[in-house]
Design a protein around this ligand. Structure first.
Ligand SMILES: [Zn+2]
Length: 241
């Protein structure tokens, strides 16, 4: 294998290990973020229910006030009963009293309904608050654990990083630039093996003439389809790696 390519293949091996480490860190962070956002959702839900309770309390107070007025109205009509003379006037007044009583009763029923709903929602909020408290404790423990895990993972990354620095020094600058660009554009894979004439990056065929050139190993060749840098490592050799 071309010596420059060989250096690149070693570099890529280190880089892929570093990618794996970065991905592990990311996964840990994602899992934690998810738990934290669940907490925020629960908190938002509690605030929402509390606002609903406040509104219901307000409605209840309004109904209470109205009921006072209605009862006063009934009393007023009842005292009027003494003064009316004709049967017709009496009947009208009686109907008015009946209506006002019915109205007050409906009002009272509504108040009872509101109170039941307020009680139900208050119980819900209390339960949610208790759950939230437990979850907050868990998440805080979890956060510490994740921090420790990431710290540990980062130690391994540091070792790989210094290995990478050493390896980078071995590589021509222009080739390194090309390698970095390819890694960025080709999902982290810049240098690929060719197996039975097929590029292992994009799995397209390499033209036979180019494959023959690759076998000679004196030139740096790119895959005509994905532009990755190609190398050739016979299969027996691959197994040993
Ligand atoms: Zn390719």
């Amino acid at each position: 294998m071309n010596e420059h390519i060989e250096q690149l293949v070693s570099l890529q091996m280190i880089d892929l290990e570093i990618d794996k480490i970065d991905n592990e860190i990311k996964q840990e962070q994602i899992a934690l973020d998810k738990r934290i956002s669940t907490l925020a959702e629960r908190e938002a839900h509690i605030t929402e229910v509390q606002a609903r309770i406040a509104q219901l309390e307000k409605d209840r107070r309004t109904l209470d006030d109205e009921m006072g007025d209605k009862i006063a109205h009934v009393r007023d009509r009842q005292s009027k009963m003494m003064q009316v003379q004709t049967g017709r006037e009496q009947t009208a007044l009686l109907k008015e009293i009946e209506d006002a009583k019915k109205n007050a009763k409906e009002n009272e029923e509504k108040v009872m309904e509101l109170m039941a709903e307020i009680e139900r929602l208050t119980a819900e909020v209390d339960a949610e608050k208790a759950l939230l408290k437990g979850e907050k404790e868990l998440v805080s423990e979890e956060t510490q654990k994740v921090r420790d895990t990431i710290e540990n993972i980062n130690k391994g990354k540091k070792t790989k990083g210094s290995k990478r620095q050493k390896q980078v020094k071995e590589i021509q600058e222009s080739l390194l630039r090309k390698y970095d660009t390819l890694r960025e554009r080709r999902k982290g894979l810049a240098v690929v093996n060719v197996v039975q004439g097929v590029c292992q990056g994009c799995f397209m065929n390499i033209p036979p003439q180019q494959f023959n050139q690759l076998l000679k190993g004196d030139k740096i060749l790119d895959c005509p389809t994905c532009q990755r840098i190609l190398y050739y490592q016979p299969e027996a050799e691959t197994e040993q790696v």
